[in-house]
Write a protein that binds this ligand. Structure first.
Ligand SMILES: Nc1ncnc2c1ncn2[C@@H]1O[C@H](COP(=O)(O)OP(=O)(O)OP(=O)(O)O)[C@@H](O)[C@H]1O
Ligand SMILES: [Mg+2]
Length: 264
């Protein structure tokens, strides 16, 4: 059984900017436009510590954009966004660095460095950005690889891994930086069902250990079973939000009912 302290060294779980009380993510009336296209049209959403929030919705409904906003990968046109105690609107370099120290993001594509071993893929940021000594960084790599069930792959190269294993390394690499919040954007979309299962299990383990997570997913059964809150996005808005059982059993809108029945 893994325990929460596996995720980060003692004392580093909470960054200076983060308060114990209050939501980890507070989104208020967020507006994002690409030219004339309003992609987020007044999104409000609070995410509490330890929650797993699953964002679902049709292609183009703004799911990835919302996630990217949480890590300041997008600028916004209106509203307020606080993540891990940081004002995401503040775009000076120091503020961005502090935000990204606290927030990990994993995408569908793993983006591992092909010429580096799994271990080096993980330790690179630790030694170059966090200035950890090599031995210390390797110890962190060992710990996070154990978390994702890949202790035996430290010396492998990305091309020797399956898609599921690569994605678990990408997750481990993110966890190595001791984030307060993890964002996952369709991390299983490129994987076949068996490999998808491996990655979903890692996310479920993380939740059990208290990690706060937001995931954009098409895995409805997983969202229903594991997430604390499901958000259905439609036309750039939070169309429905609530505990999965409630939402899936009694959809309040025709759009969500149709979305569920379409089997997406
Ligand atoms: N960099 C960009 N420039 C212009 N338009 C963009 C950009 N990124 C996203 N969009 C537009 O914003 C809208 C929302 O895109 P987004 O990627 O957030 O949707 P999504 O819900 O994640 O969809 P999918 O399920 O296909 O990943 C779409 O209309 C898309 O074309
Ligand atoms: Mg997307």
């Amino acid at each position: 059984m893994l325990v929460a302290t596996d995720l980060a060294p003692a004392g580093t779980r909470r960054a200076a900017g983060t308060t114990a009380a209050g939501p980890v993510v507070a989104v208020q009336d967020l507006v994002k436009r690409f030219g004339q296209n309003t992609v987020l049209d007044g999104v409000s959403l609070d995410i509490q510590r330890g929650q797993m929030v699953a964002i679902v919705g049709r292609s183009g409904s703004g799911k990835s954009t919302l996630l990217r906003c949480m890590n300041a990968l997008e600028t916004v046109e209106g509203g307020a966004l606080r993540v891990c105690g940081h004002d995401v609107g503040q775009r000076d370099k120091l503020a961005l660095r502090e935000l990204r120290r606290d927030v990990g993001i994993v995408f569908q594509s793993y983006n591992l460095f092909p010429h580096l071993t799994v271990e080096r893929n993980i330790t690179l940021a630790l030694t170059s950005v966090k200035k950890l000594a090599k031995a210390e960084a390797c110890e962190v790599a060992r710990r996070v690889l154990a978390l994702v069930g890949l202790s035996d792959k430290a010396q492998s190269y990305p091309e020797q891994l399956s898609g599921g294993q690569s994605q678990r390394v990408a997750i481990a690499r993110s966890l190595a930086l001791s984030p307060q919040l993890m964002l996952f954007d369709e991390v299983t979309s490129a994987l076949d069902p068996e490999l998808t299962g491996e990655v979903l299990k890692v996310m479920e383990d993380l939740k059990r250990q208290g990690m706060t997570m937001v995931l954009v997913t098409h895995e409805m059964a997983f969202a229903r079973r594991v997430a604390d809150v499901v958000v259905f996005m439609h036309q750039g808005r939070v169309w429905e939000i609530g505990p999965p059982e409630e939402l899936f059993t009694r959809p309040r809108t025709a759009e969500f009912a149709q979305f569920i029945s379409s089997g997406l």
